[in-house]
Ligand binder design. Structure first.
Ligand code: ASP
Length: 361
């Protein structure tokens, strides 16, 4: 379907990109202050975007799920009026927002490109202008038939477009601040824009079936626990009893393993018996969770843990929030429903087979 709307909407949410020095460090500037630092081409002229801002731009480390809902709401209400969207965002939680938006705005047939920068717009060596200009080009890129090239939530940084729910911030200060450890980049920006057609298609509905399904509900009753030698099993009770927590994201070792400490296994089992869900993730950045490989992983399977396969922590968190708040009415069993849907690719966030594992060489 050729694109309906015209031009690109830029949604400014805050982040280093628009920050200025305050008495106690960098703070987000208003969108008007940001305008004062932008090249004229980004404010007027034929391809100049339309701008909107969150009411109170934020350091992205201040972001909460309600801010994702504000962003998703603005994007959904503007969806028909623009050909693409750029979200200017802080880098600290950009991968969380990209993941959350991908579940809240399913069935996209237009691009939503998040970007930001490591140095503010006003800095002489800023990466912000390049990122914003490239993100705009990607948001406007069309196929010969007028369809948008990118039709999902993406993240642009340092010459690469990533699937938004596959990336993570991996550099606190370097310019090349993001990676997508288990999924190829969707596109690259050299002197020309290059697209990886296979990576863009995989995991998404076929393009003729794409139509926006806006799902703003989120339930943040989630906790996470990272395994470490010496972990006190009582921490599991502390995290899950009388806290309202419904999903525990367990970051195990390697392929998802945990020590066979009886008290730890019993604490996890007690949580599952009371209706909690344990999602098994790995502290490793690349590769797959495989709970059948070692006895120390299988004990998790036996107690009903859900293997997170190659999903990122950011996507596992936001997918859990989304699934808890949007139970499907199909099977009358919410536990089964959560486990089954967690294992499915909703928007390309998880690989279903390990045969494509780029790290398994
Ligand atoms: N603290 C900033 C933020 O995430 C960092 C950045 O944008 O690079 O908003």
């Amino acid at each position: 379907m050729p694109n309906t709307g015209k031009g690109v909407l830029v949604l400014y949410t805050g982040g280093t990109v628009g920050m200025r020095q305050g008495p106690q460090g960098l703070v987000p500037a208003s969108v008007d202050e940001v305008f004062g630092q932008l090249p004229a081409s980004l404010l007027s002229g034929q391809n100049a975007p339309t701008w909107r801002s969150l009411e109170n731009p934020l350091d992205s480390s201040d972001l909460q799920p309600e801010h994702w809902q504000q962003m998703a709401g603005i994007l959904a209400e503007s969806y028909e009026h623009f050909e693409g969207f750029v979200v200017l965002h802080g880098t600290d939680t950009m991968a969380y927002t990209a993941s959350a938006l991908s579940f809240m705005l399913q069935g996209l047939s237009k691009p939503v490109v998040l970007t930001g920068s490591q140095l503010p717009l006003g800095h002489r060596r800023t990466d912000a202008v390049h990122h914003l200009n490239s993100a705009l080009e990607f948001a406007m890129a069309q196929k010969d038939n007028g369809e948008p090239r990118l039709q999902e939530v993406c993240l642009y940084f340092h010459n690469k477009v990533y699937r938004g729910n596959r990336c993570r911030k991996n550099q606190a200060s370097g310019f090349d601040a993001f990676e997508s450890p288990n999924y190829p980049a969707l596109a690259t920006a050299g002197t020309a824009l290059r697209f990886d057609e296979q990576a863009m298609d995989q995991g998404l509905p076929t393009s003729s079936l794409r139509s926006l399904s806006y799902r703003p509900a989120l339930d943040s009753s989630i906790a996470s626990l990272r395994m470490f030698p010496g972990l006190n099993p009582a921490l599991v009770y502390g995290l899950t009893e009388q806290t309202g927590v419904r999903v525990l994201l367990l970051e195990g070792y390697g392929t998802g393993n945990i020590p066979p400490t009886p008290a730890l296994v019993e604490a996890l089992r007690a949580f599952v018996i009371k209706g909690g869900r344990v999602v098994a993730l790995s502290q490793c950045v690349g590769g797959f969770v495989d709970l059948e490989r070692y006895r120390s992983g299988r004990q998790l399977l036996d107690l009903g843990a859900i293997p997170g396969r190659d999903i990122t922590f950011e996507a596992a968190l936001t997918k859990s929030m989304h699934l808890l708040a949007n139970p499907s009415s199909a099977s009358g069993d919410p536990d089964h429903d959560f486990a089954e849907r967690f294992g499915q690719s909703l928007v390309g966030e998880i690989s279903l087979g390990s045969e494509n594992d780029p790290n398994d060489a």
